[in-house]
Design a protein around this ligand. Structure first.
Ligand code: GLY
Length: 343
Protein backbone atom coordinates (compact mmCIF):
# COMPACT_ATOMS: atom_id res chain seq x y z
CA UNK A 1 0.00 0.00 0.00
CA UNK A 2 2.19 2.90 -1.16
CA UNK A 3 1.44 6.29 0.32
CA UNK A 4 -0.88 8.13 -2.01
CA UNK A 5 -0.36 11.81 -2.85
CA UNK A 6 -3.74 12.43 -1.24
CA UNK A 7 -2.60 11.19 2.18
CA UNK A 8 -2.69 14.70 3.66
CA UNK A 9 -5.67 16.13 1.78
CA UNK A 10 -8.65 17.14 3.95
CA UNK A 11 -11.58 14.77 4.36
CA UNK A 12 -15.14 15.64 5.26
CA UNK A 13 -18.17 13.63 6.28
CA UNK A 14 -21.71 14.65 7.01
CA UNK A 15 -22.54 12.99 10.33
CA UNK A 16 -25.97 13.36 11.91
CA UNK A 17 -26.58 16.70 10.20
CA UNK A 18 -23.14 18.14 11.05
CA UNK A 19 -20.34 18.52 8.53
CA UNK A 20 -17.18 17.17 10.15
CA UNK A 21 -14.09 18.54 8.43
CA UNK A 22 -10.85 16.66 8.97
CA UNK A 23 -7.61 18.53 8.29
CA UNK A 24 -4.11 17.03 8.36
CA UNK A 25 -1.24 19.17 9.62
CA UNK A 26 2.50 18.58 9.85
CA UNK A 27 2.88 19.65 13.45
CA UNK A 28 0.35 19.51 16.26
CA UNK A 29 -0.82 22.93 17.37
CA UNK A 30 -3.33 24.41 19.76
CA UNK A 31 -6.60 25.20 17.93
CA UNK A 32 -8.34 28.56 18.13
CA UNK A 33 -10.99 28.15 20.81
CA UNK A 34 -12.64 29.93 23.70
CA UNK A 35 -11.84 27.07 26.08
CA UNK A 36 -9.42 24.22 25.37
CA UNK A 37 -9.35 21.00 27.36
CA UNK A 38 -6.10 19.07 27.84
CA UNK A 39 -5.00 16.23 30.06
CA UNK A 40 -1.81 16.21 32.10
CA UNK A 41 0.13 14.72 29.14
CA UNK A 42 -1.08 17.02 26.41
CA UNK A 43 -1.08 20.20 28.53
CA UNK A 44 2.70 20.09 28.87
CA UNK A 45 3.19 19.57 25.12
CA UNK A 46 0.50 21.59 23.38
CA UNK A 47 -1.14 24.17 25.66
CA UNK A 48 1.04 27.15 24.62
CA UNK A 49 -1.23 29.66 22.89
CA UNK A 50 -4.49 28.45 24.43
CA UNK A 51 -6.74 31.41 25.32
CA UNK A 52 -8.17 29.53 28.27
CA UNK A 53 -6.94 26.05 29.15
CA UNK A 54 -8.40 23.42 31.44
CA UNK A 55 -6.22 20.52 32.46
CA UNK A 56 -7.80 17.18 33.44
CA UNK A 57 -6.09 14.17 34.99
CA UNK A 58 -4.80 11.71 32.39
CA UNK A 59 -6.34 8.29 31.89
CA UNK A 60 -9.62 6.40 31.89
CA UNK A 61 -10.30 7.24 35.54
CA UNK A 62 -10.94 10.85 34.51
CA UNK A 63 -13.86 9.74 32.36
CA UNK A 64 -16.39 10.69 35.01
CA UNK A 65 -19.17 13.22 35.41
CA UNK A 66 -16.88 15.43 37.57
CA UNK A 67 -14.65 16.09 34.54
CA UNK A 68 -17.62 17.07 32.37
CA UNK A 69 -18.83 19.33 35.14
CA UNK A 70 -15.37 20.96 35.38
CA UNK A 71 -15.40 21.65 31.62
CA UNK A 72 -18.91 23.14 31.76
CA UNK A 73 -17.87 25.30 34.70
CA UNK A 74 -14.83 26.58 32.77
CA UNK A 75 -17.02 27.42 29.77
CA UNK A 76 -19.48 29.31 31.98
CA UNK A 77 -16.74 31.18 33.87
CA UNK A 78 -15.15 32.23 30.58
CA UNK A 79 -18.46 33.82 29.55
CA UNK A 80 -18.55 31.65 26.46
CA UNK A 81 -21.71 31.94 24.38
CA UNK A 82 -23.20 29.38 22.05
CA UNK A 83 -21.09 30.86 19.25
CA UNK A 84 -17.91 30.06 21.20
CA UNK A 85 -15.72 27.06 20.49
CA UNK A 86 -14.82 24.30 22.89
CA UNK A 87 -11.74 22.31 21.90
CA UNK A 88 -10.24 19.08 23.21
CA UNK A 89 -6.58 18.15 22.73
CA UNK A 90 -5.76 14.60 23.75
CA UNK A 91 -6.62 10.94 23.46
CA UNK A 92 -9.98 9.18 23.47
CA UNK A 93 -10.81 10.19 27.03
CA UNK A 94 -10.30 13.92 26.41
CA UNK A 95 -12.15 13.73 23.08
CA UNK A 96 -15.15 11.89 24.58
CA UNK A 97 -15.35 14.19 27.64
CA UNK A 98 -14.95 17.43 25.68
CA UNK A 99 -17.50 16.34 23.11
CA UNK A 100 -19.96 15.37 25.87
CA UNK A 101 -19.56 18.82 27.47
CA UNK A 102 -19.92 20.54 24.06
CA UNK A 103 -23.18 18.70 23.48
CA UNK A 104 -24.54 20.03 26.79
CA UNK A 105 -23.19 23.58 26.99
CA UNK A 106 -26.02 25.91 25.97
CA UNK A 107 -27.56 22.84 24.30
CA UNK A 108 -24.61 22.55 21.94
CA UNK A 109 -21.61 24.68 20.97
CA UNK A 110 -18.94 24.45 18.29
CA UNK A 111 -16.55 21.55 18.88
CA UNK A 112 -12.98 21.13 17.63
CA UNK A 113 -10.98 18.00 18.44
CA UNK A 114 -7.22 17.56 18.18
CA UNK A 115 -6.61 13.84 18.73
CA UNK A 116 -3.07 13.10 19.90
CA UNK A 117 -3.17 9.30 20.12
CA UNK A 118 -3.59 6.84 17.28
CA UNK A 119 -6.78 5.53 18.87
CA UNK A 120 -8.34 8.97 18.98
CA UNK A 121 -7.16 9.81 15.45
CA UNK A 122 -8.68 6.73 13.82
CA UNK A 123 -11.72 6.20 16.02
CA UNK A 124 -12.72 8.35 19.00
CA UNK A 125 -12.61 11.77 17.32
CA UNK A 126 -14.90 10.88 14.41
CA UNK A 127 -18.54 9.89 14.55
CA UNK A 128 -20.00 11.85 17.42
CA UNK A 129 -20.02 9.31 20.24
CA UNK A 130 -19.42 11.12 23.52
CA UNK A 131 -19.61 9.87 27.06
CA UNK A 132 -18.40 8.88 30.46
CA UNK A 133 -17.99 5.62 32.32
CA UNK A 134 -20.76 5.27 34.89
CA UNK A 135 -21.29 2.88 37.81
CA UNK A 136 -18.26 0.93 36.59
CA UNK A 137 -19.55 0.49 33.04
CA UNK A 138 -17.67 1.96 30.13
CA UNK A 139 -19.44 4.70 28.16
CA UNK A 140 -22.78 3.98 29.86
CA UNK A 141 -23.84 7.64 29.75
CA UNK A 142 -23.33 9.94 26.77
CA UNK A 143 -24.72 11.66 23.72
CA UNK A 144 -24.21 11.78 19.95
CA UNK A 145 -22.46 15.03 19.04
CA UNK A 146 -20.12 15.10 16.02
CA UNK A 147 -17.14 17.47 15.99
CA UNK A 148 -17.24 20.35 13.54
CA UNK A 149 -13.53 20.10 12.90
CA UNK A 150 -10.84 17.51 13.59
CA UNK A 151 -7.17 18.45 13.31
CA UNK A 152 -4.76 15.55 12.85
CA UNK A 153 -0.99 15.82 13.07
CA UNK A 154 0.39 12.28 12.69
CA UNK A 155 3.75 13.55 14.00
CA UNK A 156 2.08 13.90 17.43
CA UNK A 157 2.41 10.12 17.63
CA UNK A 158 6.20 10.27 17.73
CA UNK A 159 6.31 10.67 21.51
CA UNK A 160 3.49 8.22 22.21
CA UNK A 161 4.43 5.27 24.48
CA UNK A 162 4.60 1.99 22.57
CA UNK A 163 1.68 0.49 24.49
CA UNK A 164 -0.56 3.45 23.61
CA UNK A 165 0.42 3.22 19.96
CA UNK A 166 -0.43 -0.49 19.89
CA UNK A 167 -3.72 0.27 21.58
CA UNK A 168 -4.65 2.43 18.58
CA UNK A 169 -3.33 -0.15 16.14
CA UNK A 170 -5.95 -2.61 17.40
CA UNK A 171 -8.63 -0.19 16.14
CA UNK A 172 -6.81 0.09 12.81
CA UNK A 173 -6.79 -3.73 12.50
CA UNK A 174 -10.48 -3.77 13.44
CA UNK A 175 -11.33 -1.18 10.80
CA UNK A 176 -9.30 -3.01 8.16
CA UNK A 177 -11.20 -6.25 8.86
CA UNK A 178 -14.50 -4.39 8.62
CA UNK A 179 -13.92 -2.45 5.42
CA UNK A 180 -10.45 -2.36 3.88
CA UNK A 181 -8.93 -5.71 2.80
CA UNK A 182 -5.87 -3.89 1.29
CA UNK A 183 -5.13 -2.26 4.61
CA UNK A 184 -5.42 -5.65 6.32
CA UNK A 185 -2.86 -7.05 3.93
CA UNK A 186 -0.54 -4.08 4.50
CA UNK A 187 -0.74 -4.63 8.25
CA UNK A 188 0.36 -8.22 7.64
CA UNK A 189 3.14 -7.59 5.16
CA UNK A 190 4.58 -4.31 6.50
CA UNK A 191 4.45 -4.95 10.22
CA UNK A 192 8.00 -3.69 10.81
CA UNK A 193 7.28 -0.32 9.17
CA UNK A 194 3.94 -0.05 10.97
CA UNK A 195 5.54 -0.74 14.34
CA UNK A 196 8.44 1.62 13.53
CA UNK A 197 5.79 4.32 12.86
CA UNK A 198 7.19 5.05 9.40
CA UNK A 199 5.48 8.41 8.67
CA UNK A 200 4.13 7.54 5.23
CA UNK A 201 2.49 4.34 6.36
CA UNK A 202 1.12 5.96 9.52
CA UNK A 203 -0.56 8.77 7.55
CA UNK A 204 -2.00 6.28 5.10
CA UNK A 205 -3.31 4.02 7.89
CA UNK A 206 -5.03 6.96 9.59
CA UNK A 207 -6.58 8.21 6.40
CA UNK A 208 -7.84 4.81 5.29
CA UNK A 209 -9.27 4.01 8.72
CA UNK A 210 -11.09 7.36 8.76
CA UNK A 211 -12.41 6.73 5.25
CA UNK A 212 -13.99 3.43 6.36
CA UNK A 213 -15.38 4.85 9.58
CA UNK A 214 -16.56 8.06 7.90
CA UNK A 215 -18.51 6.09 5.32
CA UNK A 216 -20.24 4.04 8.00
CA UNK A 217 -21.09 6.87 10.41
CA UNK A 218 -22.38 9.07 7.58
CA UNK A 219 -24.79 6.31 6.64
CA UNK A 220 -25.83 5.39 10.18
CA UNK A 221 -24.86 8.09 12.72
CA UNK A 222 -27.12 6.85 15.54
CA UNK A 223 -26.13 3.19 15.33
CA UNK A 224 -29.50 1.90 14.24
CA UNK A 225 -27.91 -0.55 11.81
CA UNK A 226 -24.57 -0.78 10.05
CA UNK A 227 -22.66 1.32 12.64
CA UNK A 228 -22.93 -1.52 15.15
CA UNK A 229 -20.36 -3.32 12.99
CA UNK A 230 -17.74 -0.83 14.21
CA UNK A 231 -18.05 -2.54 17.58
CA UNK A 232 -16.18 -5.61 16.37
CA UNK A 233 -14.28 -6.94 19.40
CA UNK A 234 -16.00 -4.47 21.73
CA UNK A 235 -18.69 -6.68 23.31
CA UNK A 236 -16.03 -8.94 24.81
CA UNK A 237 -13.49 -6.10 25.07
CA UNK A 238 -15.68 -3.67 27.03
CA UNK A 239 -16.82 -6.49 29.31
CA UNK A 240 -13.18 -7.34 30.03
CA UNK A 241 -12.34 -3.69 30.73
CA UNK A 242 -15.29 -3.34 33.08
CA UNK A 243 -14.58 -6.64 34.84
CA UNK A 244 -10.93 -5.75 35.38
CA UNK A 245 -11.77 -2.26 36.66
CA UNK A 246 -10.12 -0.63 33.58
CA UNK A 247 -6.79 -1.88 34.92
CA UNK A 248 -4.20 -4.08 33.26
CA UNK A 249 -5.64 -3.89 29.73
CA UNK A 250 -5.61 -0.88 27.45
CA UNK A 251 -8.76 -0.36 25.38
CA UNK A 252 -7.02 -1.61 22.24
CA UNK A 253 -5.60 -4.67 23.99
CA UNK A 254 -9.08 -5.53 25.24
CA UNK A 255 -10.56 -5.02 21.75
CA UNK A 256 -7.85 -7.20 20.17
CA UNK A 257 -8.60 -9.95 22.70
CA UNK A 258 -12.30 -9.43 22.01
CA UNK A 259 -11.75 -9.85 18.27
CA UNK A 260 -10.02 -13.15 19.02
CA UNK A 261 -13.10 -14.26 21.00
CA UNK A 262 -15.46 -13.07 18.24
CA UNK A 263 -13.47 -15.18 15.76
CA UNK A 264 -13.87 -18.21 18.04
CA UNK A 265 -17.63 -17.57 18.20
CA UNK A 266 -17.76 -17.13 14.40
CA UNK A 267 -16.11 -20.49 13.81
CA UNK A 268 -18.55 -22.14 16.24
CA UNK A 269 -21.50 -20.54 14.42
CA UNK A 270 -20.11 -21.77 11.08
CA UNK A 271 -19.87 -18.13 9.89
CA UNK A 272 -16.09 -17.68 9.97
CA UNK A 273 -13.87 -19.93 7.87
CA UNK A 274 -11.27 -21.46 10.26
CA UNK A 275 -8.46 -20.34 7.91
CA UNK A 276 -9.59 -16.69 8.17
CA UNK A 277 -9.86 -16.98 11.96
CA UNK A 278 -6.33 -18.34 12.10
CA UNK A 279 -5.05 -15.62 9.76
CA UNK A 280 -6.42 -12.82 11.95
CA UNK A 281 -5.43 -14.48 15.24
CA UNK A 282 -1.88 -14.85 13.90
CA UNK A 283 -1.85 -11.17 12.92
CA UNK A 284 -3.05 -10.15 16.39
CA UNK A 285 -0.48 -12.33 18.06
CA UNK A 286 2.31 -11.08 15.74
CA UNK A 287 1.47 -7.54 16.86
CA UNK A 288 1.92 -8.68 20.46
CA UNK A 289 -1.70 -8.75 21.64
CA UNK A 290 -2.72 -11.22 24.33
CA UNK A 291 -5.37 -13.63 23.12
CA UNK A 292 -6.02 -15.27 26.49
CA UNK A 293 -7.39 -13.35 29.48
CA UNK A 294 -8.30 -16.21 31.83
CA UNK A 295 -11.81 -14.84 32.45
CA UNK A 296 -15.01 -16.86 32.58
CA UNK A 297 -18.59 -16.11 31.59
CA UNK A 298 -19.85 -15.46 35.17
CA UNK A 299 -17.18 -12.76 35.59
CA UNK A 300 -18.26 -10.93 32.42
CA UNK A 301 -22.01 -11.63 32.49
CA UNK A 302 -22.99 -8.38 34.31
CA UNK A 303 -21.22 -6.31 31.64
CA UNK A 304 -22.77 -8.24 28.75
CA UNK A 305 -26.09 -7.29 30.33
CA UNK A 306 -25.30 -3.58 29.80
CA UNK A 307 -23.90 -3.86 26.25
CA UNK A 308 -25.45 -1.14 24.10
CA UNK A 309 -25.83 -3.46 21.11
CA UNK A 310 -28.27 -5.66 23.01
CA UNK A 311 -31.70 -5.87 21.43
CA UNK A 312 -34.77 -7.38 23.08
CA UNK A 313 -32.58 -8.53 25.97
CA UNK A 314 -30.25 -10.52 23.71
CA UNK A 315 -26.53 -9.91 23.23
CA UNK A 316 -25.50 -9.31 19.63
CA UNK A 317 -21.96 -10.10 18.54
CA UNK A 318 -20.12 -8.69 15.54
CA UNK A 319 -18.71 -11.69 13.71
CA UNK A 320 -15.81 -11.32 11.25
CA UNK A 321 -16.64 -13.62 8.34
CA UNK A 322 -13.84 -12.51 5.99
CA UNK A 323 -11.81 -9.44 5.03
CA UNK A 324 -14.41 -6.70 4.49
CA UNK A 325 -17.24 -9.00 5.58
CA UNK A 326 -18.54 -8.63 9.15
CA UNK A 327 -22.05 -9.48 10.35
CA UNK A 328 -24.21 -9.18 13.47
CA UNK A 329 -25.40 -12.38 15.15
CA UNK A 330 -27.37 -12.94 18.34
CA UNK A 331 -25.46 -14.89 20.95
CA UNK A 332 -26.93 -16.80 23.88
CA UNK A 333 -25.19 -16.98 27.27
CA UNK A 334 -24.08 -20.50 26.24
CA UNK A 335 -22.53 -19.13 23.04
CA UNK A 336 -20.69 -16.43 24.98
CA UNK A 337 -19.50 -18.90 27.60
CA UNK A 338 -18.24 -21.27 24.90
CA UNK A 339 -16.37 -18.50 23.06
CA UNK A 340 -14.72 -17.51 26.33
CA UNK A 341 -13.79 -21.06 27.28
CA UNK A 342 -12.07 -22.02 24.02
CA UNK A 343 -8.30 -21.62 23.83
N1 GLY B 1 -16.05 3.26 18.21
C1 GLY B 1 -17.17 2.76 17.53
C2 GLY B 1 -18.06 3.83 17.00
O1 GLY B 1 -17.67 4.99 16.95
O2 GLY B 1 -19.17 3.54 16.60
Amino acid sequence: MPETPSASRPLSFSVDGTLTEIAFTDTPSCPEATVTVFDANTASRFSGGAARALRLAAGERAKQWESVSAILEECARSGMGRDGTLAGVGGGVVCDLTAFAASLYMRGCRLVLVPTTLLAMVDASLGGKTGIDFLGTKNLVGTFYPAHRILIAPSALEGLPDREYRSGLAEVIKTAIIGDPDLLQTLETRRDQVLAREPGIVREMIRRSLAVKGRIVSEDPRERGIRALLNLGHTFGHALESATGFDGWTHGEAVAWGMGRALRAGVRFGMTPPAFAERVRRLLSDYGYRLEAGVTYPQLAPSFGLDKKRAAGRTRLVIPCGAGDVRLREASPEDLAAALAER
